[in-house]
Design a protein. Structure first.
Length: 365
């Protein structure tokens, strides 16, 4: 009969074995658990760091983008401000430019003409006999006006007459000294003041008005004094030279033309000034006195006189007028002569040039 273990002993053995297996299993679990959770924690930390770095990079990128946008915006603002300043400055310069042009256009007569009413000298200062002459002329407003002049007859009876047209400044009183030189050469001299000058009527001169005044003076000599036109010499100094040239083109029957220290045109004179070179003077200038366009129409002998030291009108302008003149002509430069004193500086040389021109005219007639 087989031997069977007792029930209590078997149960005890089974219980002990189960407990042993359980303890071994727990030990193994306890060994595995720290490593597992450590690795999992590391993975979690790494993930968090990765997420944090990504978030930081995104924020840094956003900040950098924001900074670039801000810098670009600031640069655009600076550019816009500079553009506005440039535009405003440009508009102001254009306004100043337009204002300067308008002012010169409106006031050009006051830059060209410098009339004086007071007469400080008369021919009496040299004991010359003379007569005050007033010549009537129609004004643009329809009223009658008068130009004043002095008739200084020659010492000896002679038809040889000089119509004297003075420059832009002062009046005939400032020209008595020079008129006396022609008188001493045997001329009867008729000095006239343009309207706006001296004792002549009128408010202020103009180019067209001066041409009309010169024409009235010519008519006085030819029609009231009954002087033969071929005995009348036309003399003009400076702007008076431009007036003389204009008058001579309308009277080809005159004896001759003498112009001293005159210019080619007002436009050319304006170009001599640097401050006018940037302005459209061709559009601004209305008082043109464009002699270089007229001398080619002259039919009478012409004498051009100019001082080499003229600081106002370049002597070269007389040479240009001389070269453009097609009628018989002569050109005389007075060494050392200025704008107003060539006769005084030249002395006998100046007077000789006048006498030689008279002979030149007589040979051509």
């Amino acid at each position: 009969m087989a031997c069977q273990p007792s029930q209590p002993l078997y149960s005890t053995f089974t219980l002990l074995f189960s407990r042993f297996r359980t303890e071994v299993l727990m030990d193994r679990i306890n060994c595995i658990k720290p490593a597992y959770f450590k690795q999992d924690s590391a993975n979690l930390d790494s993930g968090l760091v990765s997420v944090s770095l990504k978030s930081v990079n995104q924020r840094v990128g956003a900040v950098a983008t924001s900074d670039k946008s801000s810098e670009l915006g600031m640069e655009m603002n600076k550019f816009q401000k500079r553009a506005r300043i440039i535009i405003i400055a440009g508009i102001n310069l254009l306004l100043l430019y337009a204002l300067a042009c308008t002012y010169l256009w409106a006031e050009q007569s006051h830059f060209i003409f410098m009339p004086r009413r007071e007469i400080k000298k008369t021919p009496a200062i040299y004991q010359l006999p003379y007569e005050d002459i007033y010549v009537s002329i129609d004004s643009p407003n329809g009223k009658k006006e008068r130009i004043h002049g002095w008739w200084i007859p020659a010492h000896t009876p002679s038809d040889k007459t000089l119509l004297y047209l003075h420059g832009s400044a002062l009046n005939i009183g400032a020209n008595v000294d020079h008129a006396r030189r022609f008188h001493n050469l045997g001329f009867s001299v008729f000095l006239v003041s343009y309207r706006g000058y001296g004792l002549s009527d009128g408010e202020f001169p103009s180019e067209a008005q001066m041409y009309a005044d010169a024409e009235a003076a010519w008519n006085y000599l030819a029609k009231q004094k009954h002087i033969n036109p071929d005995h009348i010499f036309i003399y003009g100094h400076s702007i008076g030279g431009a007036i003389a040239i204009d008058l001579a083109t309308r009277h080809p029957d005159a004896a001759g033309l003498i112009v001293e220290a005159t210019f080619t045109s007002i436009f050319d004179m304006a170009r001599l000034k640097y401050r006018y070179r940037l302005l459209p003077m061709g559009l601004i200038v209305e008082q043109k006195f464009d002699s270089q366009k007229k001398v080619g129409r002259l039919k009478i002998p012409a004498l051009f006189i100019h001082g080499t030291k003229d600081a106002l009108v370049p002597p070269e302008m007389s040479r240009r007028l001389y070269e453009k003149t097609l009628s018989p002509k002569r050109l005389t430069f007075i060494e050392g002569g200025g704008h107003n004193n060539s006769a005084a500086v030249g002395g006998e040389d100046y007077l000789r040039s006048i006498r030689q021109f008279e002979e030149f005219v007589s040979q051509k007639s």
